[in-house]
Design a protein around this ligand. Structure first.
Ligand code: PGA
Length: 248
């Protein structure tokens, strides 16, 4: 199975720079990797048009838990699908922390995404305080358990993103990542036989110099890349690292 490398541009970009970055990525993207660009809502149509003749997929960074209606400022899954998105990040820790998203909200969003034919990339991960308190397994399992009964686990992507490693330049060690990816894989395995192939990604300060060792981990199906996805050379090198570890 090809590895998945997801770019999370977060709240960055302008029309001219977006075009330059996307075209630079398309020009040198390796084969054998599934890459997804998750861009801010206003730029979905622009990037959809640039990606239209490529295999690179388009994604959004959030979705409403509701369908059409009186939800000022929200964007629903049908709108994302209409604009050409195939993926959407849900439950990113920045949204959990800054927008007060609870585990149940994340599950509702993932369900809405699936109903509209999108693949939700569900983010889970512990804060530094929770890690220091020895609560990693408890927190990650609680976040995952919220999906039960609402979401078909066989049709989602899960991303382990320890909050303390996001945007800090401090990636989790391969041992720490390996342990939690194993826990997630185990949780998936207890759900259904079809979910065995549910991709599990790692995110949090993935860079050119640590991508290969992270992607080589047995349970790692790819990465969710923030800061480094805004630099074409870095994103391409990370995708190349993913392509090179495909058969390991
Ligand atoms: P980072 O962000 O790569 O900049 O740490 C990852 C993410 O937030 O998805």
């Amino acid at each position: 199975m090809s590895k998945i490398v997801v770019a999370n541009w977060k709240m960055n970009g302008r029309l001219a720079g977006n075009r330059e970055l996307t075209q630079a990525v398309l020009a040198r993207l390796p084969e054998n990797v599934l890459s997804v660009l998750c861009v801010p809502f206003p730029y979905l149509a622009q990037i959809a048009e640039i990606l239209s003749t490529s295999k690179v997929q388009l994604g959004a960074q959030d979705v409403s838990a509701f369908s059409d209606g009186a939800y000022t400022g929200q964007v629903n899954a049908e709108m994302l699908a209409e604009l050409g998105a195939a993926y959407v990040i849900v439950g990113h820790s920045e949204r959990r922390a800054l927008c007060g998203e609870a585990d149940e909200d994340v599950a509702d969003k993932a369900a809405r995404a699936l109903a509209a034919g999108l693949t939700p990339i569900v983010c889970v991960g512990e804060s530094l305080e929770e890690r220091d308190a020895g609560q990693v397994a408890e927190v990650v399992t609680r976040q995952l358990d919220a999906l039960d009964g609402k979401v078909d686990i066989a049709r989602i992507v899960i991303a382990y993103e320890p909050v303390w490693a996001i945007g800090t330049g401090r990636s989790a060690t391969t041992e720490q990542v390996s342990e939690v990816l194993g826990l997630i894989r185990n949780w998936i395995g207890q759900r259904s036989a079809q979910s065995q192939r549910t991709p599990v990604l790692y995110g949090g300060s993935v860079k050119v110099d640590n991508a290969s060792e992270l992607f080589a981990l047995a349970d790692c199906d790819g990465g969710l890349i923030g800061g480094a996805s805004l630099i074409a050379d870095d994103f391409i090198a990370i995708c190349a690292a993913a392509a090179a570890t495909e058969h390991q």
